[in-house]
Ligand binder design. Sequence first.
Ligand code: DSN
Length: 432
Amino acid sequence: MLNLSIMTRDTEIFDIIRQERERQTKGIELIASENFVSDQVLEAMGSVLTNKYAEGYPGHRYYGGCEVVDLGENIARERLKKLYNAAYVNVQPHSGAQANMAVFMACLKAGDTFMGLNLSHGGHLSHGSAVNFSGLMFRAVAYNLDENTGLIDYDNLEKTAREERPKLIIAGASAYSREWNYARIRKVADEIGAIFMVDMAHPAGLIAAGLLDNPVKYAHIVTSTTHKTLRGPRGGVILMGEDFPNPWGKTTPKGEIKMMSALLDSAVFPGTQGGPLEHVIAAKAVAFGEALTPEFKTYQQQVKKNAAVMAQHFMDKGYKVISGGTDNHSMLIDLRTKYPELTGKVAEKALVSADITTNKNMVPFDTRSAFQTSGLRFGTPAITTRGLKEDKMGWIVELIDRVLQDPESEANIQKVREEVNREMNQYPLFAW
Ligand code: DSN
């Protein structure tokens, strides 16, 4: 074995890992898109599979010696199909944005029009932000939330779709706490001949547990990340049910008409990625296996219950929760009703100092910029993994409110931080 002098322990980096482990252990993690994976998921990610190049797909690789990783990738594919009742899956996207990019590449030509939820109303960067590939290479048209209800304005969505005739309509969000009416969007997509894609990254775990509607029943194509409510490694996936656009008039440079499944596979590799991360794919397989267990359903029920109870506590304290509550794991708080002068930026910083991690977020029709914001986004997947139940949600909201009442006071923050650290010590996070 090659022995480099640097192979004495790299204390610089391992000390950083130790510090991050400590940060995760002592705090309350409320970022809606984060979670804590199981030891098995972590072990698979840190395994020898990282050494293997496997460009291509199981059975059709560009490298020798892929027989073993083929087995792992096939198990990941079969488990994912079972989880969402899908007919086609691709488990290779390195992230959700990569999965979305592959869908764009398979379905659109540069300059084509598509529609997604306005980023400042809870949408995602890769659904048409002007600084993302989606907004730079394609013509993005946004639909909005209704200002009064905080719900998707489906009338506006339909009207915009009929006027703009996008080739692709995307449903899905980073900060939207309500169930989607997928059937209604599919109807207008069919009317104008558009492909309907759902990015289920945020609620994927709740959907897998059957607690929210499964978009695979309605959409032509579904994408997701695997590391949010689904509780797997960081990564992306693409799925289709039986009803996918086939072949959607796409021809290859050689003039062959290709099926959508083949188009998506080639859009992932070689279109937008090189070698797949087989260690991450193995970790995805582990997470999908975990998601197929009855305990996972119980966990997701608790995630949802914790979120509903937390949202109610915020409202009881006079905070505005956008849309008046939540159907999933997350909620968006408009700080302006209770603390009109307080920005999301200042609030986030004060909470982080108290070891309560959250993120500032624009609220629909925000009067402040994306750097300041008037809102905070909270989610319950990580604290639920940690073992906190609904009886602790009032305590968390109380601590948040104490920080926000006096966000500049180090003494106030310190008192809250001590309470947070003392309590979280009761909820062990790592077995090792
Ligand atoms: N950045 C993620 C989130 O926090 O929602 C989405 O990709």
